[in-house]
Write a protein that binds this ligand. Structure first.
Ligand SMILES: *[C@@H]1O[C@H](CO)[C@@H](O)[C@H](O)[C@H]1NC(C)=O
Ligand SMILES: *[C@@H]1O[C@H](CO)[C@@H](O)[C@H](O)[C@H]1NC(C)=O
Ligand SMILES: *[C@@H]1O[C@H](CO)[C@@H](O)[C@H](O)[C@H]1NC(C)=O
Ligand SMILES: *[C@@H]1O[C@H](CO)[C@@H](O)[C@H](O)[C@H]1NC(C)=O
Length: 466
């Protein structure tokens, strides 16, 4: 079962991030390309309007014959190549104040970077859907850059340095891109204070939208706030991850957070959890009681709780707890459970509408006639939710009839054999004795009555009574 499931998930991941890995490798190869401004000279058109040069489909050869000190504004439209050589632009047009790159469906990366002699104050890149990232090295040495307008491209990620390094940068426009809020690539932005320089530079921060995977269509600033709260409230030494977000009927965004405390050598569960944690993983620790989980109000909303491979000897605390009637997944595999309060489990499972999976395998279950018939009844009644029936076995013992035997399929005779050998149980013996006595009394009465009718003699008992 496990293998196809994992494969299925992986297939989905590949589907939602088309060619991500492929793409990274390709970029390395593309960096080797010469990426000359001359490449499309033959099919291009250029037009000079005073100090502005407007080129379409490339740059014509006449503009690349020598250094042009008379051009202050360069607008390149529909560049047909995969890359643009920033170093060469600076070389041929050293006096540029404004650079615009518009509508290139093929542009993916830049070769070289703008240097410390650049006079460019404004960079505009629009309409480039294949541009996934603008590396900070491209602009971080530009001493005069004030406005960076990157609206309407395919940008998914950016680094802190893109916005923090250019010394005079004032305004950055980032809307209309394909921001990927789900892979941690923007967590640095989430952790910035609202009044931080970098955040204030993004003029359209409040209207940015997440586009990839789980957060598609969700406002970026809301997701960033949630990520920030999650990181700030994540209990040490655990890891917290937002696995999903949903919107409620009022449009409010609710994050679904997983806290992973697996294998952290914990001897008790964390005291505090981030708001809206749905899954808590506590596998492979040294936890010996679930009391604090059941009693801590912070755990009330928890849906999935994994406690595999701990040292929990009893779960009687679950009895009567509110959490037990609302949880979705509870895994107690590999603990020290000998028995459970069967009646309380049955009662809670009946009213719990969320319940999906319960795991109880690899525990040293006590196999006797007192516990097993009821426990087996519970396992069979809820076999749809008990996820590991074959692993729920009696503890190892010298008794061949029970040692490591699967409980759900075990004949009850294996544990209740001592009572089965005696054909009539004690209570029935008492009943039989009583029946005999009743028959005796009835018989005596009939005999006396018949005797009185025929001889007129009162029974012996009435003859001695006064
Ligand atoms: C890129 O792909 C080649 C094979 O085409 C492979 O040998 C190389 O390791 C890959 N490089 C990276 C960085 O993934
Ligand atoms: C870029 O393309 C869009 C949509 O095709 C078009 O509306 C816009 O005018 C183009 N911009 C320039 C400067 O050509
Ligand atoms: C939880 O953390 C542990 C230890 O870092 C790691 O091995 C495990 O893969 C994580 N589990 C999940 C579901 O992320
Ligand atoms: C629990 O321990 C068993 C045996 O050591 C191991 O096979 C299993 O993978 C562990 N389970 C988890 C969830 O770590």
């Amino acid at each position: 079962m496990k293998v196809p499931y994992v494969a299925h998930i992986l297939a989905m991941v590949v589907m939602v991030t088309p060619g991500l890995h492929h793409r990274r490798n390709e970029t390395n190869q593309l960096n080797e390309m010469p990426c000359s401004l001359m490449d499309y000279a033959m099919r291009s058109q250029c037009l000079q309007v005073e100090q502005e040069l407007i080129c379409k489909g490339g740059i014509t050869r006449e503009w690349l014959n020598g250094i042009r000190l008379d051009i202050f504004h360069l607008r390149m439209m529909e560049w047909p190549g995969l890359c643009i050589n920033a170093g060469k632009i600076q070389h041929f047009f050293p006096e540029l104040r404004t650079l615009e790159l518009i509508n290139s469906s093929t542009l993916r990366f830049f070769k070289g970077h703008f240097g410390a002699t650049s006079k460019i104050e404004k960079v505009v890149i629009h309409g480039c859907p294949s541009l996934w990232e603008v590396p900070s090295v491209l602009i971080d040495r530009m001493p005069e850059l004030r406005i960076l307008d990157l609206r309407g491209n395919g940008i998914r990620h950016m680094k802190d340095s893109l916005l923090s390094k250019p010394p005079k940068l004032q305004q950055v426009h980032l809307s209309g891109n394909q921001w990927d809020c789900s892979d941690g690539g923007l967590d640095w932005l989430a952790m910035k204070e609202d009044n931080s320089t970098v955040k204030k530079r993004i003029t359209d921060y409040k209207i940015l939208t997440c586009h990839q995977k789980l957060y598609r269509g969700k406002p970026l600033h809301v997701i960033m706030d949630i990520i920030r709260t999650m990181h700030l409230t994540c209990p040490r030494p655990c890891e917290c991850e937002m696995t999903h977000v949903v919107s409620d009927t009022a449009g409010l965004i609710i994050p679904l957070i997983t806290v992973n405390c697996s294998g952290r050598k914990l001897d008790s569960p964390p005291l505090a959890l981030p708001p809206s944690v749905t899954t808590l993983r506590l596998e492979d620790n040294k936890i010996s009681s679930i009391r604090s989980i059941v009693q801590n109000p912070q755990y009330k909303k928890l849906a999935d709780l994994y406690l595999d491979n701990n040292s929990i000897p009893t779960v009687k605390e679950l009895e009567g707890s509110e959490w037990f009637t609302t949880f979705r997944v509870l895994s107690l595999k590999g603990n020290m459970l000998k028995q459970i309060p069967v009646y309380a489990f049955d009662k809670a499972f009946q009213v719990n509408n969320n319940i999906m999976h319960v795991y109880l395998g690899h525990n040293p279950w006590r196999c006797d006639c007192h516990f097993i018939p009821r426990f087996q009844g519970l396992l069979l009644k809820y076999k749809r939710v008990i996820g590991d029936l074959p692993d729920i076995r009696c503890s190892k013992s010298n008794d061949k009839k029970t040692s490591l035997v699967q409980i759900s399929t075990m004949p009850l005779g294996n544990v209740c054999s001592s009572e089965m050998e005696m054909p009539i149980s004690t209570i029935n013996i008492v009943n039989l004795v009583l029946l005999g006595l009743i028959l005796l009394v009835l018989g005596r009465f009939l005999y006396d009555w018949r005797n009185f009718k025929t001889t007129g003699k009162l029974p012996w008992l009435s003859s001695i009574l006064p």
